[in-house]
Design a protein around this ligand. Structure first.
Ligand code: NAD
Length: 350
């Protein structure tokens, strides 16, 4: 398995393979770039089919964290960890303590956080062996307000602010009353976003594979429930992907009509070239790692220190970052993802 010549290697500073015989832990920690500060990124637990898949994932994700933190103006670099195991049956306190010890062994170059398959409980277990962990505290310990130990409220706030900015730039309207928004995925972020949109007067069309989530949106927010395939082609102002990645792909591009795409999902574009297709047809797409940075901003303050009010103000800055991206995209006639990458690179090289 090549590392230095791996297609996703992209000049990673450090890739650590971790094995603990006693617990059976197998994990990879990738530190992409620490130029702006220690590498902060989640620890994912996933039953990867093979080690190659785990390596691909951790390298791709840690590079993404470098860009996300740089663009969000954080004093942090990019890193990520993956534990190769099934979160439904392989969790044990000893396994996460062992993982914590590996994180500690990097001496603070990597700071871990929750991700798919891990949460506050696992971060607390890792925290028994390392100081370099965030997302292990409770709302009371963190000062309350937006800070609950769960990054999703901050992510949802950032997405709401970013969506509003995209609507202002593309549709010229600051008032969201009557704005038609299709929300795909009503989980921790999607439902919170839908609540904020509804409170601002928007009308919602929603889909989730979990019927209970749809029912709640219909009952509490007066949303219109639509089918899995129907969510793409609706005649709405905004399509908001808040479920899974690669949702903008060859198939959905044929269906999507909304002039604005702004949502929380990571890695929304199946191919980088799709950003150009959207741009050419006049669809303003808020790059995912710019609009969904609220969560990383929130947890970063847990590490560096700061009040809930500071966190909120920083998250609100996502609107300014997106405005900068949208205006520069227009001035240079380049797609928004392209511009976001350039901005992040410029901050990294500054
Ligand atoms: P979540 O698991 O709480 O919610 C995802 C929701 O999407 C679930 O309700 C699920 O049933 C639904 N879903 C899954 N597949 C679907 C499909 N095909 N069609 C419709 N609905 C589907 O996750 P979340 O924390 O709300 O995160 C949502 C997205 O935002 C993810 O892509 C995540 O990576 C990204 N994100 C989350 C955060 C955060 O702070 N939670 C931060 C940055 C990015």
């Amino acid at each position: 398995m090549p590392i230095f010549t791996h297609p996703e290697f992209d000049q990673h500073e450090q890739v650590q393979f971790c094995h603990d015989k006693a617990t059976g832990l197998k994990a990879i920690i990738a530190v992409h770039n620490t130029r702006l500060g220690p590498a902060l990124g989640g620890c994912r637990m996933w039953p990867y089919a093979d080690e190659q898949q785990a390596l691909n994932d951790v390298l791709r994700l840690s590079r993404g964290m470098t860009y996300k933190s740089a663009l969000a103006g954080l004093p942090l670099g990019g890193g990520k960890a993956v534990i190769i195991a099934d979160p439904r049956k392989d969790k044990s306190p000893a396994l996460f303590q062992a993982m914590g010890a590996f994180v500690e062994s990097l001496g603070g170059r990597y700071i871990t956080a929750a991700d798919s398959g891990t949460g506050v409980a696992e971060m607390a277990l890792m925290g028994q062996r390392t100081r370099h962990v965030v997302g292990a505290g409770t709302r009371e310990q963190l000062g309350g307000g937006i800070r609950s130990g769960d990054p999703s409220p901050a992510t949802a706030l950032g997405v709401f602010i970013g969506l509003r900015e995209a609507v202002l730039q593309r549709l010229g309207r600051a008032d969201l009353t009557g704005l038609r928004v299709a929300v795909q995925g009503l989980g921790q972020v999607g439902f919170n976003l839908a609540q904020q949109l509804r409170a601002a007067g928007a009308e919602l069309w929603v889909h989730d594979i979990q019927e209970a989530n749809v029912r709640r949106a219909v009952d509490e927010l007066g949303a219109h429930a639509v089918g899995a395939q129907d969510i793409y082609g609706l005649d709405v102002d905004v399509f908001s992907p808040c479920a899974m990645g690669a949702i903008i792909n060859g198939e959905t591009l044929q269906l999507l009509q909304a002039p604005v795409i702004a949502g929380a999902a990571n890695n929304q574009l199946a191919k980088a070239s799709h950003a150009d297709v959207l741009w050419r047809r006049g669809c303003l797409h808020a790059p995912d790692y710019a609009i969904n940075a609220g969560g990383i901003i929130d947890v970063s303050y847990e590490y560096t220190g700061g009040s809930p009010e500071q966190v909120r103000r920083h998250v609100e800055g996502i609107g300014d970052t997106l405005r900068q991206i949208f205006l520069r995209a227009k001035a240079e006639d380049r797609n928004t993802t392209n511009i976001a990458d350039s901005l992040a690179q410029e901050r990294l090289n500054a």
